[in-house]
Design a protein around this ligand. Structure first.
Ligand code: CP
Ligand code: NVA
Length: 307
């Protein structure tokens, strides 16, 4: 099936060859941008961007990405639109579809993005929900390919809070043939429904997927160590959860327990010296700013293919 006209909400809905196509397009667009070659594939097109939560990378990379593709993006916040005064997601989706060629949204409940997609007549892109963060994982896989030369057969260990980012890692990395270990405290195991779907994917693609409750066990033989904030947007800080998660901090000792040339990743924003130490963030294994840059290239590829 072609990617044109499809929404990009959940990596589970995509096949390996489709994610491959997005990654190949992203590498190509990155090369073109570096060489200064024009690639105005979306001339005259507009992207509506709804942000129910804060953002630095997602907002800037989508906006700059649309400009580089010859199009234009509009930042819409609840307080600056009628969404904040009770206009429904469904009506908003229908109206935006009459002006724009695609809608990108960052929401709280995953149902909100599903509701947008249900009512929109243009493709909808998930710019993060409480459940998933698929655009992030496309940028991450682009980064892993650049540093490791491929994806299939590598092991990624996500260590820390099992959240929207680790949920999308379990799906995207598994589809691309990577072995995935989630290292998290027993009390904070991954979402059950997502785990079930990811297990289905790991059977289909013949990869290894597991949850380890010991961080050192999790990173054994890892080619990639990944972490994210202990408290995602919308969650209250909680002393007990922090105490449970501190042993899963990505520090030098943990990095040293993985493969020698392991790369350390974080989707950012980081809470330095909480889930990741300065030593690792700024150290030789870190690729966190390459990841941030690659949001731009991966999302340009998604936009160019689905719009
Ligand atoms: N990683 C990420 O999505 O960053 P922002 O919250 O800054 O968009
Ligand atoms: N898990 C984090 C990711 C931020 C990009 C959050 O949802 O806040």
């Amino acid at each position: 099936m072609s990617l044109k006209g499809r929404s990009f909400i959940d990596l589970y809905d995509f096949k390996r060859f489709e994610l491959r196509r997005i990654l190949d397009t992203a590498h190509d667009l990155k090369r073109k941008q570096r060489r200064g070659e024009p690639h105005e594939l979306l001339k005259g097109k507009s992207l509506a961007m709804i942000f129910m939560k804060s953002s630095t990378r997602t907002r800037v990379s989508f906006e700059v990405g649309m400009t580089q593709l010859g199009g234009h993006a509009l930042y819409l916040s609840p307080s600056g639109t009628q969404l904040g005064r009770g206009e429904t997601i469904g009506d908003t989706a229908q109206v935006l579809s009459r002006y724009c060629s695609a809608i990108m949204a960052r929401v709280y409940a995953h149902d909100e993005i599903m509701g947008l997609a249900q009512h929109a007549t243009v493709p909808v892109i998930n710019g993060l929900s409480d459940l998933l963060h698929p655009c992030q994982i496309m940028a991450d896989m682009l980064t892993i390919e650049e540093h490791k030369g491929g994806l299939a057969g590598l092991k990624i260990a996500y260590v820390g809070d099992a959240n929207n980012v680790s949920n999308s890692i379990m799906q995207g990395c598994t589809i691309m043939g990577m072995d995935v270990t989630i290292g998290s405290p027993k009390k904070h195991d991954p979402d059950k429904a997502i785990m079930k779907r990811a297990t289905e994917l790991s059977d289909r693609y013949d990869t290894h997927l597991e949850v380890a409750h010991d961080p050192f066990e999790a990173v054994k033989n890892a080619d990639v160590i990944y972490t994210d904030t202990f408290f995602s947007m919308g969650q209250e800080r909680d002393k007990e959860k922090e105490k449970d998660l501190m042993p899963f901090q990505v520090n030098q000792e943990l990095v040293d327990a993985a493969k020698k040339h392991v790369i350390a990743m974080h989707c950012l924003p980081a809470h330095r010296n909480e889930e990741i130490t300065d030593e690792v963030m700024d150290g030789p294994h870190s690729v966190v700013f390459d990841q941030a840059e690659n949001r731009l290239h991966a999302q340009k590829a998604i936009l160019a293919l689905i719009v």
